[in-house]
Design a protein around this ligand. Structure first.
Ligand SMILES: CC(=O)CC(=O)C(=O)O
Ligand SMILES: [Mg+2]
Length: 217
């Protein structure tokens, strides 16, 4: 599956929030009882070579590196045991966030659409085939800004596993080939400014399986 075709057939970008224990502690949020779900429009996709653009009015622009799960086979009401059969592969993704917009929305009980769905809010990396990641439970996920490490964690800190997320989502949304599921940010999500460059990556058993690099404008 060619990642650059997401725009053509990517039907949904479904995002999970607050899915890492250390991030919940860092941001003072309770451990959720079920996955926190929101969407990004497919117009938010950018692929390597594009620039991340800070939306007008955003004063606190945050990075969040996330494991993206690419759906290859559709499904509805899928059990956790069947969930991984739907997965085609993965991608190193960013859930770029207007943190100030998000905090204002939370305070007002408003949705996060502007905070999370703006153009360039979903930078993705190359497609990683499923067989490259034998064990999802301990994938190292990291992010640097201009060479300084800001996030460096493991999927072992996830609250809801990938099979649980897929099964849970499939109760509400029919999952389709080309859908992308962002599985949440580890601790260390924080500000990035115009003129800085984000690098991020996924590592399995010490082997880098994906890296991405995106300038912020
Ligand atoms: C705290 C948030 O912005 C929710 C989210 O996107 C996450 O990855 O956690
Ligand atoms: Mg996120």
């Amino acid at each position: 599956m060619d990642i650059s075709k997401f725009r053509q057939f990517g039907k949904k970008i479904i995002c999970i929030g607050r899915n890492y224990k250390a991030l919940a502690a860092e941001q003072g949020n309770p451990i959720p009882k079920s996955p926190i779900v929101f969407f990004k429009p497919t117009t938010s996709y950018i692929t390597p070579g594009d620039d991340i653009k800070i939306p007008p009015g955003c004063k606190e622009f945050f990075h969040e590196v996330e494991l993206g799960v690419v759906i290859g086979s559709g499904g509805k009401n899928v059990s956790e045991d069947e969930a991984m059969d739907l997965v085609a592969g993965y991608s190193c993704c960013l859930d770029m966030t207007c943190w100030d917009f998000q905090c204002a929305a939370k305070a007002d009980g408003q949705p996060w659409a502007l905070a999370k769905g703006f153009d360039t809010a979903c930078p993705v990396g190359d497609f990683i085939s499923k067989d490259k990641v034998k064990d999802l439970s301990d994938v190292r996920i990291w992010l640097k800004i201009d060479g300084t490490t800001k996030q460096d964690s493991s999927t072992s800190d996830m609250i809801f596993t990938v099979p649980k997320i897929i099964s849970y989502l499939s109760q509400y949304f029919t999952l389709e080939p080309g859908d992308l599921i962002l599985t949440g940010s580890p601790a260390g999500a924080g500000p990035v400014a115009s003129g800085e460059t984000i690098e991020a990556g996924l590592e399995v058993n010490g082997e880098t399986v994906s890296t991405i690099k995106y300038p912020v404008k």
